[in-house]
Design a protein around this ligand. Structure first.
Ligand SMILES: Nc1ncnc2c1ncn2[C@@H]1O[C@H](COP(=O)(O)OP(=O)(O)OP(=O)(O)O)[C@@H](O)[C@H]1O
Length: 202
């Protein structure tokens, strides 16, 4: 499987945000997207996820076969919002995503244990602290069967131990043939990752 972007352009509110972006990402590879505030990192991830239209260029996933015929079917987008229902329990939220995205290698209990949230699956998601919400959102990645992780500031709100644990999970995902595109201002512990530096804001 290969993610390809050629001469990719994106806009927000009718204003160009970036142009001429090129990406080639093979299975097992990670790409870290850096750059100043407003340079378009979040916009790029949303364009790749199909949540915003591209304004120019080509964007495709090669080799996904019948299981992953498109980027949309292969990707798991984790944005600034955690995409969880506040009134549903953590377990109910994760069960929903597991069904929606296809079953990942971990079940809900295993994923919660992996992110250090065993024992709080029964709580409404809205009761969790900021860092616990982010950990639960990371558990969402683990219960889902999606090879391409699109991560926007994934470690925001995490403590040091959680950051290190997530770095290990991202490396394991790549070792298992997954792909990651992550926008960040913080080091993610992905020493082997490719890097894309977005320009100054327009
Ligand atoms: N909904 C919107 N309507 C109009 N402009 C927007 C909208 N959302 C973002 N922008 C603008 O698009 C540009 C790129 O924003 P984006 O969030 O992609 O940057 P970023 O590199 O992720 O920034 P940061 O590092 O602060 O998270 C900014 O100038 C921002 O003000």
């Amino acid at each position: 499987m290969r993610l390809i972007a050629e001469n990719l352009g994106g806009e927000r509110g009718g204003e160009p945000v970036f142009s001429g972006i090129g990406i080639v990402l093979d299975q097992g590879q990670a790409l870290v997207v850096t750059g100043p505030n407003g340079s378009g990192k979040s916009t790029l991830l949303m364009v790749v996820a199909g949540l915003l239209p591209k304004t120019e260029g080509r964007l495709l996933l090669e080799g996904g076969g019948d299981e992953f015929p498109s980027i949309g079917s292969a990707c798991h987008y984790l944005g600034h919002q955690n995409a969880m229902k506040a009134a549903l329990s953590v377990t109910e939220n994760l069960r929903f995503w597991r069904e929606f995205h296809g079953e990942g290698r971990l079940d809900v209990e295993e994923a919660l244990a992996t992110v250090g949230l065993s024992g709080i699956g029964h709580l409404p998601f809205g009761y969790l602290s900021t860092g616990q919400r982010r950990r639960a959102a990371i558990a969402k990645l683990l219960v889902s069967h999606r090879p391409l992780w699109l991560l926007d500031e994934p470690t925001a709100g995490l403590d040091k131990a959680s950051e290190a644990r997530f770095a290990r999970l991202m490396r394991e995902h790549c070792e298992e043939g997954g792909m990651i595109v992550a926008a960040t201002h913080l080091p993610l512990g992905l020493a082997a990752a490719k890097e894309l530096v977005m320009g100054e804001a327009f």
